[in-house]
Design a protein around this ligand. Structure first.
Ligand SMILES: Nc1ncnc2c1ncn2[C@@H]1O[C@H](COP(=O)(O)OP(=O)(O)O)[C@@H](O)[C@H]1O
Ligand SMILES: O=C(O)C1=C[C@@H](OP(=O)(O)O)[C@@H](O)[C@H](O)C1
Ligand SMILES: [Mg+2]
Length: 176
């Protein structure tokens, strides 16, 4: 299979998919797409309002549909943290694209995602972040083509490192 130029970022909320993703796109000379923005446009509502009004299951259904409809190349795609629940969406995005898991540890997650209640998370209010973390970790690990640790502050060096790790992977990318 040929690489279609897409770099698909997956990982927990706060792992940096949107923030690092934008800088990585610039570094690689690619377009940038944040799928949360597509979901908001599709529903004409902010993500948190979708969760409040329609619930977590509905958000995940919309997310799956939006991801399955994606048809782009040469793009860094920042997915939402819950995208990993859709096996078919992950398969679709991995079809020619490289799925990069931005891995953070739990203390980093808790530090970066302090606004749990207005961040539009696909999480029941009574479930702690630690539970979500443990539930999702194996899913990201299973789906990822590459894993990049991202617990440190974002600098140009971090962006360069991530860029190089992807290039190393692509240099061994073969039919499969
Ligand atoms: N190394 C890093 N990479 C990306 N974001 C970082 C990093 N260090 C700190 N941050 C901060 O963490 C937050 C990451 O949020 P965001 O990019 O929205 O993540 P995600 O899209 O994965 O939920 C931002 O506020 C960003 O400024
Ligand atoms: O992890 C989650 O449950 C979610 C994370 C959010 O995106 P980020 O991962 O970009 O914060 C959100 O918008 C998404 O739809 C649900
Ligand atoms: Mg994001």
């Amino acid at each position: 299979m040929r690489h279609n130029g897409n770099i698909v970022l997956i990982g927990m909320p706060g792992s940096g998919k949107s923030t690092l993703g934008k800088r990585l796109a610039k570094r690689r000379g690619l377009n940038f797409l944040d799928t949360d923005k597509l979901i908001e446009a599709d529903q004409n509502l902010p993500i948190q309002a979708i969760v409040n009004l329609r619930g977590v299951r509905y958000l995940r259904q919309v997310e799956e549909r939006v991801l399955l409809a994606l048809d782009c190349t040469r793009t860094v795609i920042a997915t939402g943290g819950s995208a990993v629940y859709s096996k078919s969406a992950m398969r679709h995005l991995g079809n020619g694209g490289v799925r990069v898991y931005l891995r953070i540890n739990l203390p980093t997650l808790l530090r970066r995602v302090s606004n749990v209640h207005n961040r539009g998370l696909a999480k029941l209010p009574q479930h702690p972040m630690a539970r979500l973390y443990c539930e999702r970790l194996p899913l990201y690990e299973t789906v990822a083509d590459i894993t990049v640790d991202n617990n440190w502050p974002l600098t140009g060096v971090r962006v360069d490192q991530c860029h190089r790790i992807i290039d190393d992977y692509l240099s061994t990318y073969t039919a499969g």
